[in-house]
Design a protein around this ligand. Structure first.
Ligand code: SAM
Length: 280
């Protein structure tokens, strides 16, 4: 039984970090003419109504995208991401938030492909209706981890794989490492981007230890926390772990994170970091 619905959290600080990194990777992949695959193992519903009951109940987007949206000195690194948010909000207000599949849909080119997997019985039909007319996309109501075996390597031999589970079950912390390992074995030149929440620091340390033990090299970690680590107050921050990051990503995030932190966390609590878990 899946209880997690991303509609409660869409556009929060963790989405801002995740979708910024996702859009920078896609932009880098587009620097070469050759098409690529975007594989989203945990795709969600695709589009989120920010004035809807779920988003209004938590108000998380007010401390996320709503803060970024109001700024008039947006750094260049945010341009691809914000262009996706703007494409869904033609008027002056912020009504909809694009999930990762819609970010990819907006940024991908005609010959690029999308493979989107979502298991939830309510979110999958919403996602399917978003992509009804997009011939680049293939959708499956299936287990996202299985796709790391079934869909890799892509015929184009280029691609971004976004792995973004809800971590409802503690086993997700191990499943993501196993999934990356299996995906990497089939497609060692792919870019794998894993999102993680910081709830208990110990869980992240263990996950990183397991990743190091796979022997995979070139693993970059990017983190943005809105509060200090704590074992009592739920999610205090989140991060992205990127295997085979585009060469510019490290510097782009080093340049951008201080601005993002200042805008998302006016109180100045928490931290940002960019570091190599495993270098070249
Ligand atoms: N990637 C989306 C985005 O950034 O807009 C958000 C995804 S949300 C964090 C996680 C999603 O994974 C939920 O919609 C949930 O229903 C779905 N899910 C949970 N377990 C899954 C599985 N084993 N395979 C595929 N989807 C799953």
């Amino acid at each position: 039984m899946l209880s997690y619905r991303h509609s409660f959290h869409a556009g929060n600080h963790a989405d801002v970090l995740k979708h910024t990194v996702q859009s920078l990777i896609i932009t880098a992949l587009k620097e070469k003419e050759k098409p690529f695959l975007y594989l989203d193992t945990h795709a969600g519903a695709g589009r989120y109504l920010l004035s809807g009951e779920h988003a209004e109940r938590t108000g998380e987007y007010l401390e996320g995208i709503a803060r970024v949206w109001q700024q008039d000195d947006l750094p260049a690194e945010l341009e691809p991401y914000i262009s996706c948010v703007k494409a869904l909000n033609r008027g002056p207000g912020l009504r909809y938030y694009p999930g990762s599949p819609l970010i990819a849909r907006h940024l991908l080119r005609e010959d690029d492909k999308l493979e989107l997997t979502e298991l939830h019985s309510s979110d999958f039909p919403l996602l399917r209706s978003e992509f009804q007319k997009d011939s680049r996309a293939r959708l499956a109501r299936a287990d996202g981890y299985q796709q790391l075996k079934a869909k890799l390597p892509p015929p184009s031999r280029r691609g971004l794989i976004l792995i973004d589970p809800p971590y409802e079950m503690k086993s997700d912390y191990q499943a993501v490492v196993k999934g990356i390992q299996e995906g990497y074995r089939r497609f060692g030149t792919g870019v794998f981007a894993l999102w993680y929440p910081v709830v208990l620091r110990q869980q992240i340390k263990r996950m990183i230890h397991d990743l190091e033990a796979t022997g995979i090299r070139r693993i970059l970690q990017i983190e943005l926390a809105v509060r200090p680590d704590s074992d009592r107050f739920g999610m205090t921050g989140s991060g992205m772990i990127v295997v085979n990051p585009p060469w510019k990503l490290e510097q782009q995030m080093r340049d951008l994170l201080p601005w993002l932190h200042r805008v998302l966390v006016p109180a100045g609590t928490g931290h940002t970091s960019v570091n190599w878990i495993v270098p070249e």
